[in-house]
Design a protein around this ligand. Structure first.
Ligand SMILES: [Zn+2]
Length: 274
């Protein structure tokens, strides 16, 4: 009897030991193993959802990225300056002004003009493309102008031809894109109509109107848009905005920066002339 009791108690002890070990093992698995297995599955969930989203969402078709540049900052490539939008600060001068590297600077840059480096590079590539296409030699007739130069130009026009003509033809100081270093007045060697509306009818003027956007330039003052831009048709005045924006405007058939950015039309200055 005593032996039997001893056997039973030994079995019991073994059973208790095994149970404790088993309980510890189960506990360890549930504490460390299971949550990890579950968390692994949870971690995989967003990825699988993402995969489905990738299959459903179409790839973007354009690289155009509107928030890239400001339209207010004078140093921005997208800044919009017109009769209602004065350059700020008024006497702003860009820092990176350079002479475009033309093959024949005496002919192509007779007035030794500078542009902002981005616009200068684009002018070089535009001139090279034009020459390569057999369309002639590009000439830069006007580039960067200081506030002071613009004021002198405006005052001179006013003195010679009267206030109304000055207001119509020449931007008031602080309102010219030339002060940004991003505007270029082009002509083509031997084709005449320099800084004249008839430039738009020359072969070179037509070629520029068709191809300048590929180099980041737009014709800023299009025919029939004076009520929006404030200026008559100027087929010679090109504004550098970068290839992305110039191409986007072309693709969408939008002719003015005011319309593109849904800004108010600027037919007149906010303050009367004086
Ligand atoms: Zn101009």
């Amino acid at each position: 009897m005593a032996r039997t009791n001893k056997k039973v108690s030994m079995r019991l002890r073994r059973l208790i030991t095994l149970s404790v070990v088993a309980a510890l093992l189960i506990g360890a698995v549930s504490v460390f193993g299971l949550p990890r297995m579950i968390s692994d599955q949870v971690a995989q969930l967003p990825e699988s959802i993402q995969n489905i989203a990738d299959q459903v969402t179409p790839e973007p078709v354009t690289i155009f990225n509107p928030p890239q540049y400001s339209i207010d900052d004078a140093s921005s490539l997208w800044v919009v300056v017109n009769k209602q939008r004065q350059i700020s600060p008024l006497r702003y001068k860009p820092e990176n002004l350079v002479f475009p590297a033309f093959p024949n600077p005496q002919v192509q840059n007779p007035f030794n003009l500078r542009l902002r480096s981005e616009a200068a590079l684009a002018t070089e590539s535009l001139a090279a493309a034009m020459a390569e296409a057999g369309e002639g030699t590009l000439i830069l007739n006007s580039g960067f102008r200081t506030y002071k130069t613009q004021k002198a130009l405006y005052d001179r026009t006013k003195a010679a031809r009267g206030l109304a003509v000055a207001e119509k033809l020449s931007a008031r100081p602080g309102h010219s894109e030339h002060q940004l270093g991003l505007a270029a007045d082009f002509s083509v060697q031997g084709q005449g109509c320099v800084i004249m509306v008839c430039f738009g009818k020359t072969a070179g003027g037509k070629w520029l109107a068709e191809n300048a956007y590929k180099h980041g330039f737009i014709i800023r003052y299009q025919k029939g848009y004076r009520s929006i831009t404030g200026f008559q048709y100027e087929p010679w005045h090109f504004r550098y905005v970068g290839i992305e924006l110039a191409t986007e405007m072309r693709t969408r058939g939008i002719k003015t920066l005011e319309e593109f950015w849904e800004l108010e039309s600027a037919p007149d200055y906010a303050t009367p002339a004086g």
